[in-house]
Design a protein around this ligand. Structure first.
Ligand SMILES: NC(=O)c1ccc[n+]([C@@H]2O[C@H](COP(=O)([O-])OP(=O)(O)OC[C@H]3O[C@@H](n4cnc5c(N)ncnc54)[C@H](OP(=O)(O)O)[C@@H]3O)[C@@H](O)[C@H]2O)c1
Length: 238
């Protein structure tokens, strides 16, 4: 199995790579981060550098990956919620700003869309190949009872819509393919830390989240494509 993981430097992305490399059936894992990760002793790990919003770089990378053969799985584990420097989830409509919308949507929606543009064509057309993006339950419109976090929620809701679109298009190329968004649960990473407090309420470790997400992904079939699932395999309503 040949796999590409975007967000290799992130908490969940890094744990996904470790879990994949622990699987003897995995031949190659491309680990993609803004700054290419350090190589490791396992030759199956191939570190690459790309910013998701740099389409020229993504196109160049797609050329390199395509020369090496089709991909069996692509996981987009990137995302942005806050930056510790003024970018904060909004509590009210009064807190909204164009700059924050642009940054959050670039990372959570437009970037994954560009990855889809350049990676979906590389998926193996003869096998049950998979494309998954990490979304968030707070992107569910029908499940939103608290409000707030306007840009993040909206960026993930839009991402889920794109995943639905890609699933419909992908099925015309390969009826066995699966394209889904996944909610990892609340996981102890840099992204969640400002809102959960490390060691506060019970959180998933990135390792447990990665194991759970890979288990969910391997159990999904074409009838599940286009949907949003949580770490336990339960569908998250749109
Ligand atoms: N942790 C949670 O509790 C939780 C809950 C629900 C959903 N999620 C989702 O799970 C995903 C992974 O989150 P995480 O918790 O693992 O967060 P994380 O540790 O902060 O990792 C996020 C990664 O995204 C990368 N990234 C952001 N913008 C990028 C860009 N333009 N180009 C390339 N890479 C970019 C960051 O790269 P740099 O290292 O270069 O900044 C970072 O490695 C996100 O989509 C998040 O919304 C997480």
């Amino acid at each position: 199995m040949r796999v590409a993981v975007f967000g290799a430097g992130g908490g969940i992305g890094g744990a996904l790579i470790d879990a994949l490399l622990a699987d003897a059936e995995v031949e190659t894992v491309y680990g993609i981060a803004r700054a290419a990760p350090e190589p490791i002793s396992d030759p199956r790990f191939v570190p690459l550098g790309a910013d998701l919003t740099d389409e020229a770089k993504l196109a160049e990378m797609a050329g390199t990956l395509s020369d090496a053969g089709p991909l069996d799985m692509v996981i987009v584990a990137t995302g942005l919620l806050s930056d510790g420097d003024g970018l904060q989830p909004e509590k009210s409509w009064r807190d909204q700003s164009l700059g924050a919308f642009e940054r959050i949507f670039a990372a959570n929606t437009f970037g994954p869309a560009l990855v889809a543009k350049h990676m979906l064509p590389l998926l193996n057309r003869k096998t049950a190949s998979r494309f998954a993006v990490l979304s968030a339950r707070v992107g569910s419109i029908s499940d939103n009872h608290l409000g707030g976090w306007h840009a993040y929620r909206a960026s993930k809701a839009a991402l889920n819509m794109l995943v639905r679109n890609y699933a419909l298009e992908l099925a015309r190329r390969n009826e066995r393919a699966v394209c889904v968004s996944l909610h990892p649960g609340t996981v102890a990473t840099d992204l969640s830390a400002p809102f959960t407090g490390r060691g506060g309420r019970e959180l998933f470790s990135p390792e447990d989240a990665a194991r759970a997400l890979l288990g969910v992904l391997s159990g999904l079939g074409p009838a599940d494509s286009g949907k949003h699932f949580d770490w336990s395999g339960k569908e998250v309503p749109a």
